[in-house]
Design a protein around this ligand. Structure first.
Ligand code: ZN
Length: 229
């Protein structure tokens, strides 16, 4: 049997993975999965990487909510990138050239490569006049996690706009809930596709049932009252 192909660097996959990250360890594990080595990454380069992912996420939100994309900042970022077709193990054939051989240099090259990939997507998206549809999964899942503070997940302010698209989150007053979340997966597909996978669709169906169950609602109200005391 042929060996399983190693994961490839892809801007949308990284954005979807980032949504699941809670700590810098999660980011480092992702790096290891891609490169096969335990990274030595200073906090500053992790922050830079996160900042770039959040910038891309903001542009994806702008596309979805029909707002202008920040092409000025994008242009500025692109102007500093050196493109290369040199052989590079982890990076795809067309990639940003690493400035050195440290893990931080590789992470930077990954960051810039993701930005190039996103820009290519954006260019197609803007020129095909609505034929491409960029969807975010409407699935829900349950997990105790924070979206602010030390978490590497996107800020809650960004998240709230997306959560407002799911009626049950409004009805059950869960827009800022730390335990019920909208699935973070983006995917390109038919305009009507709502879920990233069958598993996610089924899990959401079960959770919807639970959320509208009177016993669950009564328990939630009880816990809310306890917090108020
Ligand atoms: Zn999903």
């Amino acid at each position: 049997m042929p060996a399983k192909a190693p994961p490839k660097l892809d801007w949308m996959d990284v954005l979807n993975e980032q949504f699941e990250w809670n700590t810098t360890e999660d980011l480092k594990n992702w790096f290891t999965k891609l490169t096969g080595k335990q990274p030595d990454l200073p906090k500053a380069s992790i922050n830079e990487f996160q900042k770039c992912l959040n910038f891309i996420r903001d542009q994806v939100s702008a596309l979805h909510f029909d707002e202008p994309v920040d092409t000025k900042t994008l242009d500025k970022k692109l102007s500093g990138i050196k493109l290369s077709m040199d052989k590079a193990d982890v990076l795809p054939p067309l990639h940003a050239k690493a400035q050195g051989s440290s893990d931080a240099d590789l992470l930077k090259a990954m960051e810039e490569t993701i930005l190039i990939q996103f820009t290519a997507f954006l260019s197609d998206f803007l020129s095909d006049k609505g034929e491409t549809s960029l969807n975010r999964c409407e699935g829900l899942y349950k997990e105790q996690r924070a979206f602010d503070g030390e978490s590497l997940a996107p800020p809650m302010e960004t998240e709230k706009r997306w959560r407002k698209e799911i009626p049950i989150l409004i009805e059950c007053k869960l827009l800022a809930s730390p335990e019920i979340h909208r699935c973070g997966d983006f995917f390109i597909g038919k305009a009507k596709a709502r879920f990233c996978s069958e598993t996610c669709r089924f899990r959401t169906f079960q959770l919807n049932k639970q959320l509208t169950d009177p016993v669950y609602l009564a328990d939630k109200q009880r816990r809310y009252r306890q917090r108020q005391q």
